[in-house]
Design a protein around this ligand. Structure first.
Ligand SMILES: [Zn+2]
Length: 169
């Protein structure tokens, strides 16, 4: 079942996640719920925190439209600073230029606990950095100026209020 996407600055989004240690049915169920929530919201990636679960796992979208799960990911290397337009399901309707790296090397586990290493560049590297940021308790707005963050905060509070009103009706 698709779950509601958590809106920044909810605490679950600003707290580092715990590593996944149980690669059983619970993880499969969580990954399924994350996929459904991501598809409903039309995202190209989603972290567990975005449906309110503080565990180190996320889905990452490839350029061909397929997705793969990353469990307990770590960035081993990054190179080529770039500035890219970025958005997030947890910060609806806001996009801004964010400092990132063109290339990253990551290691991560899959749903059965097997380790993989991946060198990625371009959009895939961008999505990986965005999702791993989430798992470290960061959202892309953390890379922006305090002034901008303040304005976005105001915007998100208004949005939260409007959503709550909608739910009551
Ligand atoms: Zn995001």
């Amino acid at each position: 079942m698709a779950r509601d996407i958590v809106i920044w600055p909810n605490k679950v989004l600003t707290t580092p996640t715990k590593p996944v240690t149980d690669f059983g049915e619970g993880l499969t169920k969580l990954l399924d719920e994350m996929t459904e929530s991501m598809k409903e919201a039309e995202g190209i990636g989603i972290a567990a925190t975005q449906i309110g679960v503080s565990l180190r796992c996320a889905w990452v979208g490839r350029e061909d439209g397929t997705f793969f799960e990353i469990i307990n990911p770590q960035i081993l290397d990054k190179s080529g600073p770039v500035v890219l337009e970025e958005g997030c399901l947890s910060v609806p309707d806001y996009f801004d230029k964010t400092p990132r790296f063109h290339k990253v090397k990551v290691k991560y586990q899959d749903r059965v606990g097997e380790w993989h290493e991946l060198e990625a560049e371009g959009r895939l590297a961008h999505v990986l950095q965005h999702e791993i940021d989430h798992l470290d308790g960061h959202v892309f707005v953390d890379h922006l100026s305090a002034l901008k963050r303040g304005l976005i905060l105001e915007k998100m509070r208004k949005l939260q209020k409007a959503l709550q009103r909608q739910k009551k009706e």
